[in-house]
Design a protein around this ligand. Structure first.
Ligand code: SAM
Ligand code: SF4
Length: 358
């Protein structure tokens, strides 16, 4: 078995998050995606070499994200081309990819696209939805009016149905819902979102508003702490803790009054502001143009294109990633409390969310 590097805090690499585009068909104000991609996006062969190198260092899960990854026309082709990495034995010295997941806003997830993604070998989909009525969806998605929000809501609800029909089974964790909650944006949507997810038998993952990027107007006052989210929902539907999986981002809860009808749907919170989980973070992020970031809140990354162009050098790329991982010391979210984020507003700057993919 090839040596799997540990970083300076003894953390292994486990998850690769690959952003396929920085563009999006929405403009959620807490995210602020780009309207154009940077020049020199990675090609399919370059992405394959990158994923294989990360797998060689221990990555077992790939999450495809963005911007909006369904805008990327080569998505199904990429997933299909990664399947040989899935078929490796778990003890293969080159490593093996266990799971490929996708995070999407769902607007482009037609029935046909969902079937194609399943056929290509996608394992899991997380769809993002921040409200249950036109006004709240419009507010959180950066749309002009409630009618536009209602149209988006309708599409996301349809996307949930398409994903389920294509075989992504929520009871097996293959279909989940993400919602970013902000104190001034959609806090009143907590219960309606929980109700919607329960009706649909989906795990709902409530995400604290994070200070990723430099242009989303992040302010600690706008963060609704996960504990408050849980107490608001728990006051109506009592909750039982299930804990956070090793290396996971979400603490999970189940409803005391769960029923067969809600599929035993869980509730989860991603509390990266109020209860950071840097201690066992195993995620490497790579942007659509090939820059590696060892932390979601990092200010700068490592350009991997010198090992990809003019033609990929897989061994040198794996070595570069190994060196990068071994030098990793990031634990930004745990250190946030000790740094004055306002004084840092100009520098160091955070990379933008749509580059990093969440
Ligand atoms: N466009 C896709 C989507 O919205 O699902 C994928 C990319 S998006 C950057 C990935 C996830 O990050 C989404 O669930 C989104 O809600 C979340 N996100 C974006 N900006 C955030 C922020 N400032 N704080 C917390 N979560 C954020
Ligand atoms: Fe687009 Fe996702 Fe960012 Fe919203 S969170 S703007 S859907 S990339």
């Amino acid at each position: 078995m090839a040596e799997r590097p540990l970083d300076l805090h003894g953390r292994p690499l486990g998850v690769l998050r690959l952003s396929l585009t920085a563009r999006c068909n929405l403009a959620c104000p807490y995210c602020c995606p780009d309207t154009e991609d940077p020049p020199g996006l990675l090609t399919l062969p370059e992405r394959l070499v990158l994923v294989e190198a990360a797998v060689g260092l221990g990555a077992h899960t790939l999450r495809l994200t963005g911007g909006e990854p369904l805008l990327h026309r080569g998505l199904e082709e990429l997933i299909a081309a990664l399947q040989p990495l899935r078929r490796r034995e778990p003890d293969d010295p080159r490593g093996a990819l266990k799971e490929i997941a996708l995070t999407s806003n769902g607007l482009l997830l037609s029935a046909e696209r969902a079937r194609r993604l399943k056929a290509a070998g996608l394992d899991r989909i997380t769809l993002s939805l921040d409200g249950t009525d036109g006004a709240s969806v419009a507010r959180m998605a950066g749309l002009g009016n409630a009618d536009a929000g209602a149209a988006v809501l309708e599409k996301v609800l349809a996307a949930i149905g398409h994903a389920r029909a294509a075989g992504f089974d929520p009871a097996r964790g293959q279909l989940k819902l993400n919602a970013v909650i902000t104190r001034d944006g959609n806090a009143e949507q907590l219960l309606p979102l929980a109700a919607l997810a329960r009706e649909q038998g989906l795990e709902l993952r409530l995400i604290e508003f994070m200070d990723v990027g430099n242009r989303n107007g992040w302010d600690p006052e706008k963060v609704l702490p996960a504990a408050e989210m849980l107490s608001r929902i728990g006051a109506v539907w009592p909750l039982e803790p299930l804990g956070r999986a090793d290396h996971g981002t979400a603490s999970r809860w189940r409803y005391h009054d769960r029923t067969a009808a809600d599929n035993g749907a869980h509730l989860a919170v991603v509390a990266s502001i109020t209860a950071p989980f840097c201690g066992d973070c195993n995620r490497l992020r790579i942007t659509a143009d090939g820059v590696a970031y060892t932390c979601l809140f990092a200010g700068s990354g490592t350009d991997l294109r010198p090992w990809l162009r003019p033609r990929p050098d897989p061994a040198a790329l794996e070595q570069a990633l190994r060196v990068l991982w071994r030098a990793r010391r990031d634990r930004w979210s745990e250190e946030r409390a000790t740094v004055d984020t306002r004084a840092q507003a100009g520098s160091p700057r955070h990379a933008e969310m749509a580059y990093l993919g969440g």
